[in-house]
Each structure stands twice: as C-alpha cells, then as structure tokens.
Design a protein around this ligand. Structure first.
Ligand code: UD1
Ligand code: MG
Length: 481
C-alpha cells in the first residue's frame, strides 16, 4: 500500500475499506462488464441525430464499439445514452445490452454511476466511449490482462490539448488525472494523456464512484477522479498504450468523422491487399459493411460496397460500380458504372457497363446483362442474354434465351404485379413489350416491335405489329417560296 502517495481526503475516506479492498483485489475476476458512454450531446455535429448514431463505414459509431465489445464475450453490456430520445436503444435493439438513460448528464463519473445497479462485484468493468469507434480488440485484451488493477489506456501526444493529463509521482507511478480545464501550466505541459478508456475491478469502482465530488472547473462528476483514489488506496494503476495511435481518436465534428472514415477505409483496403485482392487504388475504395473476396479478385477505382458482399475467385469489378448485399460467382465480370442491389450472380456472368440489377435478381452461370438493362425480381437461367436497353421485371427466363434491345416486361397494371415467363431457347425481337401475365413458349421467336398480350406458342414465330405499307407517289408538303 502506498498510502503516502494519495491525497489526504481520499485516504481518510477509504481507510476503513482497506481490509475489504485488499481481499477484493485478490478475487478472481472472471466476469467482464462493458459500459459504453454514449450520452453526450454532440453539439459540434450540428445534427438532429445523436452523435453515436452517425455512420462510419456504413455502421453507426456506437455499433462499431458494440461489435468490438462483443468480441470480448462480456457477461454484461451497458450503454449509457441521453440525447436523441429513444433513437439509440431503438437503433441498437438487436444487441443484448442494457440501455440506461442518463438524464441530466453530469459528467463521465455520473454516467458510469448509472450502470452500477447492473454490475456484479467480482467482475471487471471496462469503460468505453460510444464516439471512439476504431479501438482494436487486441488493445482492450491487453488492458484486461491485469484485472486486479485499475488500467488506463494512455498515449503520448505532441499536442495534448483538450485531454486529461496523466499525473505520475517521482517513482513514475500514476497518481491521478487532471482535466485540462483544472490543470496548472506545468501539468498542461505533460504529454501523456487519458484516452478515457479504462478497466476497473467493479467493487472498487462502486466505492470510488460513490465518493465523487463535482468541485472542479466544469462542475461535473469526473470518472477520472477515481484514479487518485486508487493511488491513495495503493491499488495498482497500470497504463497500457494502443497498438496504433488512431485507435483512440474520437468523433466530435464532421471533420473528425471524415478523418476516421478514411482511416477505417485505409485499414480495410490494406487488409484486402494483404489477402491478395488487387485494388487499382486503395484510396479510392469504399466498403460500408463486409466485403469478402476469393483469389484473384480485381477491383477498379471508385467502387462502393454496401452491406454483405461476396466476390468469388477471379471476379473483376469495373470502375465506379456500386454493389450492395450481393454474391457474385467465380470469374464473373462487372463492367464500369453498374449498380447491383440484393442480387445473386452465378459464375462467368458479364454485367454492364451501366447495368442495374435490383433486389431479387438471380442470374445463373454465363448470363449477360448489358448496358442500360434493368432487372428486378427476375431469374435468368444459364447462358441467357439481355444485352441492351431493356426492363425485365418479375420474369422467369429459361436457358439460352436472347432478349433483344428495347424489350420491356409490362409487369404492372397500376395495382398488381404480374409475371412473365420466357421458356428456354426463346428469341425476343427488339422493341418488344411483353404484357404480363404472359408466357413465351420454348424456342418461340417474337418479331421485333411486337406488343405481346397473349401467350406465344413454342417453336413458332409470333408477331403483333401492324403491317408495313407504302403509299406510292406520296409527296411531302413543300414550303412556299
Ligand atoms: C474525457 C476525460 C478526459 C479524456 C477525454 C478523452 C473525464 C472527466 N475526462 O474528457 O480525461 O482525456 O475524455 O476524450 O472523464 N459522456 C456521457 N455522459 C456525461 C458526460 C460524458 O455519456 O455526462 C460521454 C460522452 O458522450 C463521451 C464520453 O463520455 O462519449 C466523454 O465525454 P466528454 O464530454 O467528451 O469528456 P471530455 O471532456 O472530452
Ligand atoms: Mg471528449
């Protein structure tokens, strides 16, 4: 016990707990609580949306933190929320977490106090911030290596302004944290800062929090004040540093949000490159979700991947394509400027340029969807083609079908959607309207320019257009001179 290093006030307060505390410290801390502070207003975002719900790489900031926390297999997950009404618990309803309203918000210590009823003694409590989304699980695991100590995540910054500074005694032991607004000029010169992330044995936390005072420059209950209490009690205060400095960056405004977005994207691009994916320019790739790639995948510049996207071996994605929740089979190519949303694409397909596949599009192998072709809720069997300027909606297309330029499935009568069935080996001439519900039989041919309102029999040529006539000797009107 290093009683002499503590401030007299805290030492006196805890003297009677000492025996109990020492026993507590020896408990095996096998359970983990994670408390995520997310009640802050986010004034500098200038937004109606609570700060922690702003999106980074397609997920709310808070979701990044929750997902990282899940990797720690915590037995209790608490989110302290405040601003934005129920938007936070509603949006994060999928997580098995306790959402606790902090109202009013009286500081970080007060925030953690709100979680105390949910936390069991004999455990460790890890405090995270909902607006610090890039923390890596490895760094947190390092912090949890010393469960009997109060462990702080700290970094040394050339410009430490804005952060709480870590105070150390002559022997280098942490003796407290001073907030910038309360710091002396000398203390402000210290470069080791508090990131705000800490892990604490829960029984200590409970007792220290109950003794917090708000006699400071901001009139707040500072979580950071428990560090001096720990030091005064002789409880070990450890410091751990993140593997990468960007891990501890927080979001206070849109500029920082954009900076963190770039860091996340760069990290993700690096990961893909190191797994063998070819990126024409790692700085011009945006992944907003999860992108899984097989071997020899090539992605050109300006592509955006949203949600869950899987690209099979040898897939090539052309520039400026946007692909969302889609699976693309081996050796398929997507040519530039294509937009693919909730589609299933088999192997050896050719899509685009300028193709649009909407939800429910399913292409089997070797299907070609060309420029300015829109497909919705339709299945194309193998080796079928719609190469130019068509709308195919609510259709089932058999194998080896050729759909000519300008074909439209008229699937909507203003109230209901109807299906078009095109059987194998059919040939649809250009500029054809297929008024659904309608079926084109196997091997049928539809003459160009037809409006087909009834089923077309298999193997035959069906035409539905007026006959061509020529008016002999007809003259164009002449302009009078
Ligand atoms: C806090 C730390 C400071 C550290 C800095 C790192 C304290 C007293 N200070 O300062 O040492 O260097 O973070 O960024 O802890 N929050 C609540 N409820 C509240 C107050 C805050 O949920 O009543 C949340 C905020 O939403 C935010 C986090 O806690 O996610 C930190 O709060 P903030 O006001 O940013 O603390 P700082 O003054 O930056
Ligand atoms: Mg802050």
């Amino acid at each position: 016990m290093h009683r002499e290093s503590g401030s007299g006030r805290f030492f006196y307060m805890y003297y009677y707990f000492d025996d109990w505390l020492v026993k507590g410290a020896k408990l095996i801390m096998n359970a983990l609580n994670v408390v995520i502070l997310a009640a802050g207003k986010g004034t500098r975002m200038y937004s109606e949306t609570p700060k922690v719900l702003h999106s980074l790489a397609g997920r709310p900031l808070l979701q990044h933190v929750l997902d990282t926390a899940l990797g720690l297999s915590a037995s209790q997950l608490c989110v302290i929320y405040g601003h934005g009404g129920e938007a936070v618990p509603e949006m994060m309803a999928g997580y098995d977490a306790a959402f606790i309203l902090q109202e009013p918000q009286l500081g970080t210590g007060h925030a953690v106090q709100q979680a105390l009823p949910q936390l069991k003694d004999g455990s460790v409590t890890l405090v995270l911030y909902g607006d610090v989304p890039l923390l890596q699980i490895g760094t947190l695991k390092k912090m949890l290596d010393t469960p009997q100590a109060l462990t702080l995540l700290t970094v040394f910054l050339d410009n430490p302004s804005g952060y709480g500074r870590i105070l150390r005694d002559r022997s280098g032991r942490v003796s407290g944290i001073v907030e910038e607004k309360d710091a002396s000029t000398e203390q402000r010169a210290l470069r080791e800062v508090n990131t705000g992330i800490m892990s604490v044995p829960t029984h200590f936390l409970r007792h220290w929090l109950s003794a917090l005072r708000n006699e400071n420059a901001q009139g707040e209950y500072y979580l950071t004040d428990i560090v001096a209490m720990a030091a005064a009690q002789g409880v070990d205060v450890h410091t751990v540093h993140p593997s990468q400095e960007w891990e501890i960056l927080g979001v206070n405004n849109k500029m920082q949000l954009a900076e963190l977005e770039r860091i996340w994207q760069k990290n993700h691009a690096t990961e893909l490159l190191l797994k063998g994916v070819t990126l024409a320019d790692p700085a011009r790739l945006d992944v907003r979700g999860r992108l899984e790639c097989g071997r020899d995948v090539e992605i050109d510049v300006g592509c955006v991947f949203v949600g869950n996207v899987q690209l099979g071996d040898g897939v090539k994605i052309g520039a400026y394509s946007i692909i969302r929740n889609t699976c693309i089979g081996k050796h398929s190519r997507v040519e530039p400027y294509s937009h693919i949303d909730e589609a299933k694409i088999g192997s050896n397909c050719r899509i685009g340029p300028y193709a649009r596949l909407r939800p429910g599009s399913q292409l089997h192998t070797d299907v070609h969807i060309g420029n300015f072709v829109e497909v919705k809720n339709s299945e194309f069997s193998s080796s079928s083609k719609a190469n130019h300027l068509s709308y195919i909606g609510d259709a089932s297309v058999g194998t080896r079908v050729n759909i000519g330029a300008g074909t439209i499935t008229c699937n909507y009568d203003g109230v209901n959607k109807h299906r078009t069935i095109i059987e194998e080996d059919a040939f649809i001439g250009s500029n054809t309207q297929l008024v659904a519900p309608v079926k084109i039989g196997r091997g049928a041919t539809i003459g160009a320019g037809s409006t087909i309102t009834r089923d077309a029999p298999e193997g035959e040529l069906t035409l539905a257009r007026s006959r061509q006539t020529t008016l002999k000797g007809w003259r164009r009107p002449q302009k009078k001179k």
